[in-house]
Design a protein around this ligand. Structure first.
Ligand code: ME8
Length: 640
């Protein structure tokens, strides 16, 4: 394969039925990493992302929220844009399928497809009737055999039966051609496991697919039959060409589609659309195919599929509030090798942050800077040839930029980052071994300078290699040593003794402050422990008197940090109870609340104070919430 000096990378365009989660962020950060790295290497790069805004899923979500689909899209798209800004994405364009530019390009493509002839001599697009089960969650037809207990296994909802006129794309005649292209790696599908999966699909054969819907109105009308709406996938896939001028800018389109290496990134959930439907559509339209399609891993959270209903979707912006944007990028892309499915364990974020970023990288920066300030009057010292250990560490570093870039070119993102971090660790070891503090004690001032220069030089090289994953932090690191952005290039990482001696060193604060893992709020709440109970009879339950009580006064119990003493009104009497809620509720918050108490509990003495009754609360791990009564129920009312 000839490597074109232009690189065009895309993410899927994400559905706007909900705000982004770390699965979306994972693909987007990976694309950003690749685009930034290729730019470092001098490749002209274009990074595209955006949102998928048409179709039944969006229309239904909008209706449920009492909004027009466009209003919902306009709202959620800002969540995406905001999140990508927070995470420092350097996308060159953001495509929305509701943009007039995109709509015009899709209509142009549909017109071309409608006039196209398939390789078997028949028309590529034809009208027919579709009858089947439609899952709105997947935005696709599914078969009876896909269902589990009558529901779509991915979306846990029953599909809708549909029978309507549709236009179809004649896929059959393209399958053999596509298979040959995949076999010959003219269309590269990675990793190999996914390539084999695609070859399997191409061998067993797939039916023609429908490209329009009669029943859905939220979408792009077919130019040759406006009673029909383009199927959401037929509308979405062409974003990859509409965004670079397919409809309106032939020069730009030629530059980024025909004369660039085109790479699509995604997870396995949308493999078939990208590796079969999209290439077949492109062939029918007489357009070039993408060059490489990379299917990265799909991940679960603490062993479960991420989903709104499970309440385990991690918001990347919340993650960035805790760890910082660049560390979030680092932590997400380092969860497991790019291309391999895995489980995200939130507890490991803090451990990895502290070990890799606070200890290895952050400490290295402060160490080198502090020693330059202490031993070299706050300026970068001059290099020296006779520094102990220098040759060994230089040998490791000399080929590293190319080795790391080779990983990048082959989507081995995790290995690329590990390569840069190994240089950080090797630099730490070099300093430990050379022990400049000992040399300083022995009066070997010039060698101290030489050691620190080499350490700074290694750090400079590491900073370039780490820039694509942590752009802002790397800028901070480089500003400590007065390094200029214009030298953020792979060539500069390949060139030795580029650290300008004489530069002033300024260390303000720690680049990656250590985090106290225990103090970090969990983004995914722990699951409620399963509660096992013995069955009780109706009569047993009837013996418990549950009543509404109003809190009249509340105070803390001295020397008991969990207890509150409450005076309560039970309608016909006033009582005192002791409750273990002081860590969750302040005394003043309690006053006036209508709570539920077990009124006929035997009195007890707690810390020498009498308690006559017990209030009810829901507990989950360390979280505790009172049961209260909503509305106008007077104190004393019984609960049944
Ligand atoms: O499918 N692990 O949009 P979408 C890893 N609009 N990546 C994940 C992930 C997870 N658990 N969850 C989501 C659509 N992703 C269509 C695409 S493109 C022409 C139209 C990432 O919002 C991953 O990239 O459901 C996946 O393929 C994509 O989000 C699906 O995003």
């Amino acid at each position: 394969m000839t490597v074109l000096n232009r690189f065009f990378v895309t993410t899927p365009i994400y559905y706007v039925n909900d705000k982004p989660h770390i699965g979306h962020a994972y693909t987007s950060i990976a694309a950003d990493f690749l685009a930034r790295f290729h730019r470092l290497a001098g490749r002209d790069s274009f990074f595209l992302t955006g949102t998928d805004e048409h179709g039944t899923k969006i229309a239904e979500t909008a209706a449920a929220a009492g909004k027009t689909p466009q209003a919902l899209c306009d709202e959620v798209v800002e969540q995406y844009r905001g999140t990508w800004r927070t995470l420092g994405l350097s996308n060159d364009y953001f495509v929305r399928t509701t943009d007039a530019r995109h709509v015009a390009a899709v209509q142009k493509l549909l017109t071309v497809l409608n006039g196209a002839t398939a390789p078997n001599g028949r028309e590529a697009v034809y009208a027919g009737v579709y009858e089947g089960l439609y899952c709105t969650g997947c935005e696709k037809f599914i078969t009876e055999s896909d269902l589990v207990d009558g529901m779509c296994p991915d979306h846990k909802m029953p599909p809708t039966p549909l029978k309507e006129k549709n236009y179809f794309f004649r896929l059959q005649p393209y399958l053999a051609i596509l298979k040959e292209m995949v076999e010959k790696n003219e269309l590269v599908i990675l990793p190999d496991e996914r390539r084999r999966e695609v070859l399997g699909l191409l061998t067993t054969g797939l039916p023609d697919f429908s490209i329009s819907r009669e029943s859905e109105k939220w979408g792009i009308p077919l130019p040759f039959d406006p009673t029909q709406t383009a199927y959401v996938w037929i509308d979405a896939l062409p974003n990859y060409i509409s965004a670079i001028g397919y409809g309106d800018d032939p020069q730009q389109f030629d530059r980024w589609w025909n004369k660039a290496e085109v790479v699509h990134l995604m997870a396995k959930d949308i493999l078939k659309f990208h590796t079969i439907y999209w290439p077949a559509m492109l062939m029918a339209a007489g357009l070039k195919l993408p060059d490489r399609i990379f299917i990265h891993g799909f991940f679960t959270i603490n062993g479960e599929k991420m989903g709104k209903s499970l309440g385990n979707m991690i918001d990347p912006r919340k993650m960035a509030e805790i760890y910082g944007a660049d560390a979030t990028r680092y932590l997400l892309l380092n969860q497991y090798p790019f291309g391999v499915d895995g489980d995200v364990k939130e507890r490991e974020f803090a451990t990895k942050y502290n070990s890799d970023l606070a200890n290895d990288l952050g400490n290295l920066v402060s160490r080198v800077a502090k020693m330059m300030i202490q031993y070299c009057d706050g300026v970068i010292p001059a290099p020296r040839a006779d520094v102990p250990g220098q040759n060994e560490v230089m040998e490791m570093a000399v080929d590293l930029p190319d080795a790391v870039y080779n990983h990048v070119c082959n989507f081995r993102i995790t290995e690329a980052i590990a390569g840069a971090m190994n240089l950080v660790r090797a630099t730490n070891k070099f300093i430990e071994d050379a022990a400049p503090w000992k040399l300083a004690k022995n009066g070997q001032q010039e060698t101290v300078g030489g050691v620190l220069y080499t350490a700074g030089e290694l750090l400079r090289i590491a900073s370039i290699l780490l820039y694509p994953i942590m752009p802002e932090k790397v800028r901070e690191i480089r500003s400590v040593f007065g390094l200029e952005d214009k030298n953020l290039t792979l060539d500069s990482a390949r060139t030795w003794f580029n650290l300008p001696h004489g530069n002033r060193v300024t260390l303000k604060e720690s680049i990656f402050p250590r985090l106290d893992a225990k103090a970090i709020p969990m983004l995914v709440p722990p699951k409620a422990e399963p509660v096992t109970v013995d069955l009780v009879s109706f009569d047993d339950f009837g013996r418990v008197s549950l009543r509404v009580a109003r809190v009249i006064a509340a105070e803390r119990v001295p020397k008991a940090d969990k207890l509150l003493k409450l005076q309560i009104d039970l309608g016909d009497e006033k009582r005192q109870i002791i409750a273990g809620i002081a860590q969750q509720y302040a005394p003043e918050e309690m006053i006036g609340k209508s709570i539920i108490v077990v009124a006929n509990l035997q009195p007890a003495t707690i810390r020498g104070i009498e308690s006559r009754g017990m209030l009810l609360a829901a507990k989950n791990g360390g979280t505790l919430r009172l049961l209260t009564v909503d509305g106008d129920i007077p104190p004393g009312a019984s609960i049944g």
